[in-house]
Design a protein around this ligand. Sequence first.
Ligand code: NCD
Length: 316
Amino acid sequence: MRDTLAAPPARTQAPLHHLTEPQRLDRSLIEQLLQATSDFEQRAGQAQDRLQGRLLATLFYEPSTRTRFSFEAAMHRLGGQVLSAQNAGQATSALKGESLEDTIRVVGEYADAIVLRHPEIGAADRAAQVARISVINAGDGAGHHPTQALLDLYTIKKELGRLDHLRVALVGDLRHGRTVRSLALLLAKFPGNELVLVSPPGLRLGDDVRGAIGAASIHETDDLTGVVPRLDVLYQTRIQAERFASADEYGRYRGIYVVTPELMRRLSEHAILMHPLPRVGEIEPQVDADPRAAYFRQARNGLWVRMAVLDWAMTP
Ligand code: NCD
C-alpha cells in the first residue's frame, strides 16, 4: 500500500500505448511482445518489482473468467495493484446514465492503465480517445480481442515452433467471435499462412476482416470433417449466444460443430486443437486427454502475454 500512496498516476508526455485493435500491432511490435512474453515465462519469479507502485483498473461490462483473472494476476505478479469493476454496467455510475467516456476520464485520474471489456464494438477506441492513460481492449462486443490473439500466437509458436506457412482452420461463429476476427488479422501478418474459414453461411467472417487479409490466403467451407486432415491448427470457437437477436436464431446454430474423439483421429499427429474458452459443448470432454488438445495450455499462456502487454502499456 505504501508504494501506491507514494506514486501518484504517472502524468508523462510520452505517447500512450493503447491496444484497442489488432491492426495497432505491426509485426515488429508483435515479435517484441512475444519475446517479452517468453522472458516473463522463463523468469516468472523475478518480475515482482517491474510495476511496483502502479495501479491497473479493470473495467468489465461483460462476463469474464480467464481474461480478467489473467490480467489481474499478471498485474500482481509484476508488483502492481488492481482496481476492479466486474459487472461494471450495474456496479458503476453507468447505471445512473454516465457515458463510457466520462467513466474513462475519471478512472484515468486514479489509475495508470485501463483494461476494458464492453459489449459495444469500438468501445475501446472511444475510451482511448478520451483517456489520459493507456487503454487495453479486453473485448469490445463482436469487435476485437487483441490480447487473446496475441496469446493465441504465442501458443502456436510454442507448440509448433513457427508463425508462418501454417494452415489454420477457424471454426464456428466467425461473424460474432471477436477472438477469431483478431486472430485472422494477426496470422495474416506472417508469410504463407492459409486460413480455412469453417462456418455456416449465416455466421461467416465479416467483410472488414476479410478485406484486410486479402482473398488469396482464404478458403471457405461449411464442412469441418473434410478440412481436418491437412491442418496445422484447428481453432474451435463457441457460438456466441449473447450476440443473437433471439434464442430461436441461436438455436439454429447451437451444436453445429462438435470436436469428438472420432474427429481428432482425422487430425495430423503434429497438429494442435485450440479454443479460447469457455466451451459449451463444442469440444467433447473425452478429447481433453489427447496431447494435441492445447486449450488449457493456451489459457495458461494468457498470464505471460498479459504481463508483457501491461509492462509495455505502462512503460513510456
Ligand atoms: C472469449 C471472449 O470473451 O471473446 N473468451 C476469452 O476471452 N477467452 C471467447 C468467448 O467468449 O467465446
